[in-house]
Design a protein around this ligand. Structure first.
Ligand code: SAM
Ligand code: CA
Length: 221
C-alpha cells in the first residue's frame, strides 16, 4: 500500500496496460506507424489517450479543441469519444505529419468530426475568438510548442464554456521541471505554467502523473 503516487517500473506499467488498455485497432496501427519515426516520442501514451477519451465522455463533451496534432493520435482518440454530431478542431503547422493524421481519421470514419487548421496556433485561436466561438468548447488539449502554453491557456479560457476542461500535456517534462540543472526555454516555460496554474483562481486543477504529466484545469463559472 502507498499513500503517495506510485513510481511505475516496467513490470507494473506492463501490468497496468495488460488489464486496462482498450486500444481500437486503428489507434494501434497509427501508434505502430508513428513508432518508426525519429520524433515518435511526441505522441501521447495510449493509456493517456484512453483517460482523455473517458474524460470527454464524463463531461459530455461535444466540441473539442486541440493545439498540437502531429500524426493525429490524440485527435483520433478524442474524436472517437465525441458523439456523432460532435466536432474537434485540430491545430498544427506541419503538413507532412497531419497528412498521416488525416489518413487515419478517414480510416476510422471520423474525418467528418475533425477540422484541421494549419498555421501557427496563436493565429488560429485568434480567428476562433474573433469569429465568435468564445465560450463554445467543452474541452481543449494543449500539446504544441511549450513556450506557447501560457498564451494558448489565456486564449483557451476565452474559448471554453464555464465548466469546460483544459488539459496541458508534458507538465512533468521527463522530470526536468524539478531538475535545478535544467534551464532551457521549454523547461522554464513549463515551470512558469505550473506555477501560474497552481495559484490561478479561475480554474480548479489537478496535476495527473499519467504519461509525461497531464494537468487538468476546469474553468470556473
Ligand atoms: N498531440 C499529438 C499526438 O498525440 O500525437 C502530439 C503533438 S506534438 C508533441 C506537437 C505538435 O505541435 C507538432 O506536430 C508541431 O508541428 C506542433 N506545433 C509546434 N509549434 C506549433 C505552433 N506554433 N502552432 C501550431 N502547432 C505547432
Ligand atoms: Ca506531448
Amino acid at each position: 500500500m502507498s499513500n503517495k503516487t506510485l513510481a511505475l517500473d516496467d513490470r507494473l506499467y506492463d501490468y497496468l496496460l495488460s488489464v486496462s488498455l482498450r486500444e481500437p485497432d486503428v489507434l494501434a496501427r497509427l501508434r505502430e506507424e508513428t513508432l518508426h519515426r525519429a520524433d515518435a516520442e511526441m505522441q501521447i501514451a495510449p493509456e493517456q489517450g484512453q483517460f482523455m477519451a473517458l474524460l470527454l465522455k464524463l463531461i459530455g463533451a461535444r466540441r473539442s479543441l486541440e493545439v498540437g496534432t502531429f500524426t493525429g493520435y490524440s485527435a483520433l482518440v478524442c474524436a472517437l469519444a465525441l458523439p456523432e454530431d460532435g466536432q474537434l478542431i485540430a491545430l498544427d503547422i506541419n503538413e507532412e505529419t497531419t497528412a498521416i493524421a488525416q489518413r487515419y481519421w478517414a480510416e476510422a470514419g471520423v474525418e467528418n468530426k475533425i477540422e484541421l487548421r494549419l498555421g501557427p496556433a496563436e493565429d488560429s485561436l485568434r480567428n476562433l475568438i474573433d469569429g465568435g466561438d468564445q465560450g463554445s468548447f467543452d474541452f481543449m488539449f494543449i500539446d504544441a510548442d511549450k513556450t506557447g502554453y501560457l498564451t494558448y491557456y489565456e486564449m483557451g479560457l476565452q474559448l471554453l464554456r464555464p465548466g469546460g476542461v483544459l488539459a496541458f500535456d508534458n507538465v512533468l517534462w521527463a522530470g526536468r521541471v524539478a531538475d535545478p540543472g535544467a534551464g532551457d526555454d521549454d523547461t522554464q516555460a513549463l515551470r512558469a505554467l505550473n506555477v501560474q496554474l497552481h495559484a490561478d483562481p479561475r480554474v480548479d486543477i489537478s496535476m495527473v502523473p499519467i504519461g509525461d504529466g497531464l494537468t487538468l484545469a476546469r474553468k470556473l463559472g
